[in-house]
Design a binder for this molecule. Sequence first.
Ligand SMILES: NC(=O)c1ccc[n+]([C@@H]2O[C@H](COP(=O)([O-])OP(=O)(O)OC[C@H]3O[C@@H](n4cnc5c(N)ncnc54)[C@H](OP(=O)(O)O)[C@@H]3O)[C@@H](O)[C@H]2O)c1
Length: 327
Amino acid sequence: MKVLLTGANGFVGSHILDKLCARGLATEVLLRPASNQRFIQAHLPRLEVRVGSLSDPQSLDAALQDVTHVIHCAGCTKALRKSEFYEVNQAGTRNVVEAVNRQQGRIQRLVHLSSLAAGGPASPDQPARENDLPHPVSEYGRSKLAGERELHGACKTEYVILRPPAVYGPRDEAFLPLFKAVKAHILPRFGGGRQTLSLVFAEDLAEAVTTCLTHPAAAGKTFYVASGEVTTAHAVAGEIAGQMKTWTLPLSLPTVALWPLCCLQETISWLTRRPGVLSRQKYAELRAPGWVCDPTRLRQEVGFVDGTTLKNGIAKTLAWYRQAGWL
Ligand SMILES: NC(=O)c1ccc[n+]([C@@H]2O[C@H](COP(=O)([O-])OP(=O)(O)OC[C@H]3O[C@@H](n4cnc5c(N)ncnc54)[C@H](OP(=O)(O)O)[C@@H]3O)[C@@H](O)[C@H]2O)c1
């Protein structure tokens, strides 16, 4: 068994790589020439590195030559242009599927990282389930759904689609501003802090990904991968404040106040040519009442155990941010 992992140097991919290496699985990674390797330095001596890109089918063919399993984690989560989401998340996935098909049955399984954003928002009383009709609200979500559709009907190899909600943990930059706000004694509360959230700790997601690589019951299925705990951004900030043992002042703002912030960051992104977490398309996700999914299918059919409580996950994340000098 030999695995090709795309997106290995990113936040989620680096945790999957940790897990593959811990399991002693022979692994190749696909990196672009300019990919930042800071999170995977320790593994590089034991890895085969294939230089290529999702937009370069020849590089995908070369990378797939001697592997038996593929984890397609590479994706675009923030972009300057709407079309970038589709170039990477849809066309890039199509290129991976076509390259896998060209291996004529030698690849035994493809695990594809999608997102709850592809399914769309949902609340705790009706959490997103795998058979629900998808209703993504952002360009990111629509592009991830389009990526999933590139597998259905076209992928000739057994495949598994995983849909995590927001992922947090060491190396994550998306939750870092919340930790920084708390450190600055601000407890942000948008829209009354009522947006409900499912989350998954990065190490737990990586465990689910590697399990789905071979688990017989996972074949051909889509799964939500999340902790069973449902929370809110406000409660997460409260947990961070508790663990930092710091005082905070609640900053209550209507959700609509996020719109100018999104516009401002989008303008800064344009000027610096670096896409940021906030943008106008992200606003559609931020104003949704909830992002809650039901991980029961993964639990029952694959035996997924969400080992990390929010409390422990925040503790590990905080310790890592501090040690890395990010906070
Ligand atoms: N983070 C979350 O909360 C979350 C939630 C749900 C689903 N996901 C999914 O998880 C996956 C990883 O997300 P992440 O948060 O880890 O993002 P990330 O840190 O930005 O990593 C993205 C990875 O994809 C690679 N990539 C992007 N475009 C590529 C291309 N054209 N060719 C080859 N590689 C390319 C990047 O390589 P470079 O370094 O070279 O750019 C990087 O390794 C994505 O598919 C995302 O949709 C993430």
